[in-house]
Design a binder for this molecule. Structure first.
Ligand SMILES: NC(=O)c1ccc[n+]([C@@H]2O[C@H](COP(=O)([O-])OP(=O)(O)OC[C@H]3O[C@@H](n4cnc5c(N)ncnc54)[C@H](O)[C@@H]3O)[C@@H](O)[C@H]2O)c1
Length: 324
């Protein structure tokens, strides 16, 4: 599939572009020949400078702005052809501060959609959601499973945002599609912010500390490499058939958290390192297994083996540890 059609010579806005997945989306939009790529981010969820390599590139601009501020959002979407929304308040934040989650994950999305509606925007938009919207629903989760039981405030708010996007697509003709990610890993996910089990375990192992497993570690996770998630956004944006549809985006790499911890301790930890155990987190879902046929029909496939993805992630973390 020729992905350049959705991007070449277009003006692309990546909301949350300074973050983990957003920064890879910025890179891919640049590679695909966008005329201009703007990252719009309030930098609340990042520590590392994920876009430093693009400074000085005339096709790239980084704007400090907040999704919670309607006027800033309205200005950012002016003249834009493609919007990829990656901004989020994190799951871990939603446990400590539920209102912060509401403000970015629901009000923020309403700002974006209202700004598009009120300005008559004909831009294509792909919104990033999460498998957390399903929670305790029956597995495998398919793209349109109607019964959802989110077990976290984060999942509940992300589910509300999905419905805003679907409603605005049907009622006002906003050209929105939804991608749902599951346990993304890779370069630029900063474990100091408490997200990403692979990056947390790797960071611990490389620093000589044993990976800490929540509960018994029996939860199964589908680990997806970050650049594959970035690619999925362009696969979806490339066709109008995907408007008002939702796509589960996940690899076929599935294992328990304990298996992962043991593998990382053995491969990257000091000799004899073994995982340690800490209490279960609230809202933990044991088998969040998605049906991914929809995105595969659009051409989604894994671009690297799990070993290769882990190795790239390890190298990035090792580089970060050297800088600290
Ligand atoms: N990382 C995962 O494993 C995972 C899994 C499922 C879904 N997702 C979804 O993928 C998307 C990207 O997640 P990520 O892991 O890259 O997160 P991230 O925290 O690394 O990136 C999010 C970015 O949004 C920015 N941001 C937060 N609030 C903002 C606001 N009010 N205004 C402007 N910018 C704001 C942050 O500064 C950050 O740069 C999110 O929608 C998330 O819910 C991620």
């Amino acid at each position: 599939m020729n992905l350049n059609n959705s991007v070449k010579n277009k003006s692309v806005l990546v909301v949350g572009g300074a973050g983990f997945i957003g920064s890879h989306i910025v890179d891919r939009a640049m590679e695909l020949g966008a005329e201009k790529v703007m990252s719009f981010d309030n930098f609340s969820g990042v520590i590392s400078d994920n876009l430093a390599h693009l400074k000085g590139d005339p096709r790239f601009v980084s704007v400090k702005g907040d999704l919670r501020n309607f006027e800033e959002v309205k200005k950012a979407i002016e003249g834009v052809d493609l919007i990829l929304n990656q901004a989020t308040s994190k799951l871990v934040t939603s446990i400590k501060d539920p209102m912060a989650d509401v403000m970015t994950n629901t009000v923020g999305n309403m700002n974006l959609l209202e700004a598009m509606r009120k300005s008559g925007s004909s831009a294509r938009i792909v919104h990033a959601s999460t498998g957390s919207v399903f929670g305790d629903a029956q597995v495998p989760y398919n793209d349109t499973t109607s019964v959802k039981e989110p077990t976290t405030i984060y999942g509940a708010n992300k589910l509300a945002a999905e419905h805003y996007h679907l409603y605005f697509a049907k009622e006002y003709g906003i050209k929105s599609s939804i991608v749902r990610y599951y346990h993304v890993y890779g370069e630029r996910q900063d474990s100091r912010l408490g997200a990403g089990v692979i990056n947390l375990f790797l960071s611990n192992a490389l620093a000589g500390k044993a990976p800490q497993v929540c509960g018994k570690g029996e939860a199964i996770r589908c680990f997806t490499y970050v650049k594959d998630c970035a690619e999925a956004n362009f696969l979806v944006a490339n066709s109008n058939y995907t408007i008002a549809k939702r796509y589960n985006v996940a690899s076929k790499v599935r294992m328990s958290v304990l298996e992962l911890a043991e593998m990382i301790a053995q491969k990257y930890g000091a000799p004899g390192m073994k995982p340690t155990f800490i209490p279960e987190r609230t809202g933990e879902v044991l088998r969040p297994i998605p049906d991914t046929r929809g995105i595969e029909e659009l051409g989604f496939k894994e671009s690297v083996t799990f070993d290769e993805g882990l190795e790239r992630t390890k190298q990035w973390i090792a580089g970060q540890l050297q800088k600290q």
